[in-house]
Design a protein around this ligand. Sequence first.
Ligand SMILES: *[C@@H]1O[C@H](CO)[C@@H](O)[C@H](O)[C@H]1NC(C)=O
Ligand SMILES: *[C@@H]1O[C@H](CO)[C@@H](O)[C@H](O)[C@H]1NC(C)=O
Length: 212
Amino acid sequence: MKSHNPLFSLLALLTPPLLFLSLLLLLHPIPTVGSSKPTATNTTDFIRTSCTATLYPDLCYNSLSGYANAVQADPARLARVAIAVSLSKTRYTARYLTNVTRRADYGADPRAASALHDCLSVFGDAIDQMRGSLKQMRQLGSGGESLLFQMSNVQTWMSAALTNEETCTDGFEDVANGDVKTDVTARVVKVKEVTSNALALVNSYASKVTAP
Ligand SMILES: *[C@@H]1O[C@H](CO)[C@@H](O)[C@H](O)[C@H]1NC(C)=O
Ligand SMILES: *[C@@H]1O[C@H](CO)[C@@H](O)[C@H](O)[C@H]1NC(C)=O
């Protein structure tokens, strides 16, 4: 680890979730494998440009531009930060879903209760898949596996995580309209967008790796 990491000076300013993500980045520096020379003049510009590869570029920029100093102009770091942000939001949403199951009005519609139970289950799977992806991103270029193979694992897991989150909202399609359905689907749609963006940034970096 570099002794003069610029992140140190930022840490004091950050809120706890940001601090947590920053610590992750600090403690597990990304090896500079297949890195191209940074060309962007400014690191927020790099994030804005990279976000054009996603389905929700504004959300992408807004959720990731705060990490510009950690990302620099490194597409692997950007993909890793995007996964970390998606994991954090997915965990938060899972806690929210658990809270909903404790609400007084929750049991009123048995189909809503069943859909919510399924959501908690698929969110647990999505969290595991994102944790595996993050772990793999930290090990890029090491362990004797090719970068191509490692990135294809991350692509597979992030894609499965997105599918799991989609399964949650699909499960509410046949549920009668009501507060639980409205609240849950609105929140899950948001987290799905964040995960979709992370997958797009993963795919975008992976395509650079495979390029001859
Ligand atoms: C980077 O560029 C954006 C827009 O082009 C600008 O708002 C921002 O101040 C610039 N940041 C730095 C550090 O130059
Ligand atoms: C869950 O409920 C607790 C207690 O009501 C509350 O403090 C917390 O913010 C809630 N968490 C989420 C993610 O909604």
